[in-house]
Design a binder for this molecule. Sequence first.
Ligand SMILES: NC(=O)c1ccc[n+]([C@@H]2O[C@H](COP(=O)([O-])OP(=O)(O)OC[C@H]3O[C@@H](n4cnc5c(N)ncnc54)[C@H](OP(=O)(O)O)[C@@H]3O)[C@@H](O)[C@H]2O)c1
Length: 319
Amino acid sequence: MEYRYLGRSGIRVSELSLGSWVTFHKQVDVDHAVEMMSAARDAGVNFFDNAEVYAKGKSEEVMGAALKKLGWRRGSYLVSSKFYWGMHEGINEKDTLNRKYLMEAIDGSLQRFGLDHLDLIFCHRPDPHTPIEETVWAMHNIIESGKAIYWGTSEWSAQEVVAAIEIAERHHLHKPMMEQPQYNMFHRQVFEVEYARLFRDYGYGTTTWSPLASGLLTGKYNEGIPDGSRGSLKGYEWLREKLTDPKLINKVKQLSTVAGDLGASTAQLAIAWLLKNPNVSTVITGASRVEQVKENMKALDVVPKLTDDVMETIEKILE
Ligand SMILES: NC(=O)c1ccc[n+]([C@@H]2O[C@H](COP(=O)([O-])OP(=O)(O)OC[C@H]3O[C@@H](n4cnc5c(N)ncnc54)[C@H](OP(=O)(O)O)[C@@H]3O)[C@@H](O)[C@H]2O)c1
């Protein structure tokens, strides 16, 4: 495992990390979380991603309980949460990045984790109604309080990120250091085009999500939706159209051939391909069982096999 600087910060994240969306609490209990996080850590993972909204706080509880069981030294790993959607229906408590919500959200998150600080916290979406200046000050104050170490954005436009950085610089506040965007073979435009100036001009870091497009890039949906997969879960019906899109499935089949020629699984190829991009600080992988964690971590062995020729073949398939 290599460790990449999280943008222009002094902190280094393992190039592969593990997240808990959909999985923790819904598919993965504390014992399984222990098993999966151990397997990830054995492979060199030092960053575990979470969010307040995942399973309405239960995902943080499962990860916190797993961390307690694992007993790792606090300095040896990074853990995150993300705020925006909120846990309550109150007028000031959902779909917001207002100061009151954020100051209370971090406390709720720490309580559920059973930790006294988080390493990375993210504004989970932009909030068009709260002035960016208010959000920047609140995130700065959370960092100053010691409850979190670095802050960043998730799915913000490049323009919004630049506005936040400039406000922070103007007032000598802690700047946002990293974005958490979707990035995979089927979702490239924002990362590769819109964010180019964030990487070039600001050295912005990234913790990228859905490397397998929710499993589509494993090939498991090639013949329909298998039982027990994410696509079969209640509440995730909205994913099904994309997971069974014939045009995308056709590309997955071609990618599987490329992967097979390299002695890799399609999932490993898709993850390794992301690691070829130097603007990726860490790829947050997702898994519903430990075997998937182990398979996905082995994507590291595939990276050196992605020669210019192979990358060109992949590019033609993705076009
Ligand atoms: N900031 C944001 O807005 C945001 C949004 C989404 C995610 N995230 C973060 O990014 C993380 C990763 O996202 P993701 O879970 O969507 O990642 P993903 O890699 O696109 O999908 C992961 C899912 O694919 C299936 N899978 C994974 N490896 C597999 C393998 N080797 N073989 C077969 N199936 C496999 C599993 O689902 P099944 O086994 O159930 O089919 C697994 O839960 C999340 O946990 C979260 O921390 C952030």
